[in-house]
Ligand binder design. Structure first.
Ligand code: NAI
Length: 214
């Protein structure tokens, strides 16, 4: 079912999930598509359409049951079970991700970092004491620790070779790439994350609006 869902829909489902968690934490039990729409700056018709991909989530008119919606979204997004994550590159980005509690809340467990810098080997990160392991042990540890998601947080010039090595590790099913370079993968899924793309999208909006006012 999931493979037929277009990528932008999957991203909106992740947004709905985040909003549903916030609403549940505030003590709410039901939410209407209008309220979700207002909170997320989306049309309520868009939300109803997205959620209809997966059948009904609530009685018409009474709103969606938040607990049911949360559970259903977690089933759809595949976070109804834990995912073991390994980060390659224990630098600024790698450490920040390993320390980010939000990932754990969503069932992504960073359980190892890999680095080529020997001064980092044997040390650990954060309150969960996530170990930093020599890069040469990466594949065997990925196997041993059942790591399914690899994160690339090394300088751009090494990103493809790390991706190639991750692809050789049989357990790896997907890669998140933080390096600002296009990498090519085969037989695994890939998501790129680049904050500078968001900055450029923002300055494009600001700039084009200012040009329109002239
Ligand atoms: P950093 O220099 O703090 O850390 C890089 C780490 O990778 C170091 O610990 C280094 O020893 C290790 N490393 C380098 N080559 C390696 C290799 N071949 N195998 C194993 N480990 C290796 O760098 P930082 O600031 O953490 O950035 C990491 C990457 O993330 C860079 O590509 C940077 O451009 C990118 N970046 C991406 C952002 C985004 O929004 N996606 C934001 C900021 C940085």
């Amino acid at each position: 079912m999931n493979s037929k869902i277009p990528a932008p829909v999957a991203k909106r489902l992740a947004l709905y999930h985040r909003c549903v968690i916030t609403l549940l934490e505030s003590g709410k039990e039901l939410v209407s598509s209008n309220e979700l729409g207002e909170r997320l700056s989306l049309k309520s018709s868009q939300i109803r359409k997205d959620l209809s991909y997966f059948g009904g989530f609530g009685k018409r008119g009474s709103g969606y049951n938040l607990n049911y919606l949360k559970e259903s979204l977690e089933n759809i997004l595949g976070i109804n079970r834990p995912w073991n994550v390994g980060i390659v590159g224990a630098g600024n980005i790698g450490m920040a991700l390993a320390n980010y509690e939000g990932l754990l809340r969503d069932n992504y467990r960073v359980i190892a970092l890999f680095d080529r810098n020997l001064s980092k080997w044997g040390t650990s990160v954060g309150s969960r004491r996530i170990p930093i392991i020599p890069i040469k042990e990466m594949c065997s540890k990925i196997e041993e620790l059942s790591i399914e998601i690899g994160v690339i947080a090394v300088p751009a010039e090494y990103a493809q070779s790390i991706a190639n090595r991750l692809m050789e590790c049989k357990k790896i099913k997907g890669i998140i790439n933080f390096a600002p370079v296009k990498i090519y993968v085969k037989n695994v899924d890939l998501e790129d994350v680049d904050i500078s793309i968001s900055f450029k999208a923002l300055t494009f909006k600001i700039w084009s609006e200012s040009l329109g006012k002239e």
